[in-house]
Write a protein of this length. Structure first.
Lengths: 140, 324
């Protein structure tokens, strides 16, 4: 009985951590199956704006969202202040920053409607909305 | 007129400094179009032993947008909107002429290749790509930025992004016509051919460029440029070095090294040293600059700098710049 309880707990913990994992997800018809960390960094800095001949629609979460803070620190590798300055320079060059959605559910819904859209979210959200997972954030 | 100028600053400054700091809400989207409106403004005060200048240096309006496989950008500017000089000369001027600073369209062939047509900042060096006061670390520009290659090109730029390796991109620049509007260009060129290779490895960037251009229909020039940029948590480094062979077959060189220390979230300390052969005097000039930049928010910069050196009259520059 004790062993069974232990197994259930381990399974629950495993499933829980899988669902808490952060991923980058896109529409099922997105023109790539996987993205590398370097590609993602380029996409989120607007240095790579096309894929498979389609202009990408890149989704961000609000500035104070913990997911965004984690994503910018670990994937984009820059501080919010640096990114502010960077996007102001891009504004001068005629480029727009990623589109901001107020929640990851909102981001998932938008991605669900646009073949060329992608964004970061919890794996659970991506699965709920039937999105294609392009990248899994490496564990700490 | 001076009072009007001060009043303008007093009105604009608090509005910008205490505005909400979210750089992602930049520009104004024109409803039902993919177009955005934006602009910038900067004003300077220069003091040197023989003169003092108050200047509303830049007032510019930009209109840009992205649609499908096209980008469009236009920028119209009034330079020296108001200028007041005191010292050996006393004069005041008010300029209302609007000039085309940039006007171009970019077509993206695929994920990696694009072609830009129109008038654009020559994609050579780091300083030249974002030449407006707000983005620069100092109010003044290094001599190199104005003496080695044409700042603006009216022609085409083929850009190729590389998939892998340290070579990040390649640019081929071609101009075989007059400038749209030569007001802002350092050379009134009617022909320009250039190539640039850009490399990147994490936060380290470097590039090499070479080219030839002609002005006044007969004055042929050749240039070579190398540039290096390293961004760190506490300090940024930038070095650019270039040579130009002018129509008199002289090799004119210019280089600068710039360090920026991030003293805090809003404050940077800047040091720059320059060495160049000045075209007009044919003399070697060395100068050093120390400055401080205060950015109360990402869209506003207040700067103060002092510059002095050999064959260089000491001067102090103050400026305020904003973008919207």
């Amino acid at each position: 009985m004790k062993r069974l309880r232990m197994t259930v707990l381990l399974l629950l913990f495993g499933v829980g951590s899988l669902y808490a994992q952060m991923v980058v997800a896109a529409h099922p018809a997105f023109p790539a199956e996987r993205l590398t960390l370097v590609q993602l960094r380029k996409i989120y800095l607007g240095k790579m704006r096309y894929l498979g001949g389609k202009r990408l629609l890149v989704i961000n979460l609000p500035l104070d969202d913990p997911l965004r803070q984690r994503f910018e620190k670990r994937i984009v590798h820059h501080t919010p202040a640096w990114l502010n300055r960077y996007w102001l320079r891009q504004h001068y060059l005629g480029h727009r920053p990623p589109k901001v959605m107020s929640s990851e559910e909102g981001a998932a819904l938008l991605i669900r409607h646009f073949e060329r859209a992608l964004g970061y979210m919890h794996e659970k959200t991506a699965r709920t909305y039937g999105l294609k997972i392009l990248f899994r954030m490496p564990a700490l | 007129m001076k009072n009007l100028y001060i009043l303008l600053i007093l009105i604009l400054l608090p509005w910008r400094i205490w505005a909400e700091d979210d750089a992602l809400q930049i520009g104004y989207r024109i409803p039902a179009t993919p177009l955005y409106l934006g602009g910038y403004f900067s004003t300077e005060y220069l003091r040197s032993p023989h003169r003092q200048i108050w200047d509303i240096d830049d007032a510019a309006l930009m209109l840009y947008g992205e649609y499908d496989t096209f980008d469009l950008l236009s920028e119209f500017e009034i330079a020296d909107l108001y200028k007041s000089e005191h010292g050996r000369l006393h004069h005041e001027q008010f300029n209302r002429t609007i000039h085309i600073e940039r006007l171009y369209m970019t077509y993206y062939f695929d994920d990696l290749q694009s072609l830009r047509i129109g008038k654009f900042n020559t994609p050579v060096g780091y300083w030249n790509l974002v030449p407006i006061n707000l983005f620069r670390e100092t109010t003044s520009s290094p001599y190199l930025a104005t003496a080695i290659f044409p700042k603006l090109t009216t022609g085409v730029d083929y850009h190729r992004t590389m998939r892998a390796g340290m070579l990040e991109s390649l640019d081929l620049i071609l101009q075989k016509n007059e400038d749209f509007d030569d007001t802002y260009n350092n050379f009134d060129s009617d022909s320009h051919y250039g190539v640039r290779f850009s490399f990147a490895q994490e936060t380290l960037l470097w590039q090499f460029a070479a080219g030839t251009f002609r002005y006044h229909r007969f004055a042929y020039n050749y240039y070579l440029l190398g540039a290096f940029q390293l961004e760190g948590e506490r300090m940024d480094w930038q070095v650019e070095a270039g040579v130009r062979r002018d129509p008199r077959r002289r090799w004119l060189h210019a280089l600068y090294l710039q360090d920026v220390w991030h003293l805090g979230v809003h404050t940077d300390l800047v040091v720059r040293i320059e060495h160049y052969r000045e075209e007009a005097t044919d003399k070697i000039v060395m100068n050093a600059l120390g400055g401080i930049v205060f950015r109360p928010n990402a869209k506003t910069a207040l700067k103060a700098e002092f510059q002095t050196g050999r064959r260089f009259a000491p001067r102090t520059l103050l400026s305020i710049s904003m973008i919207f």
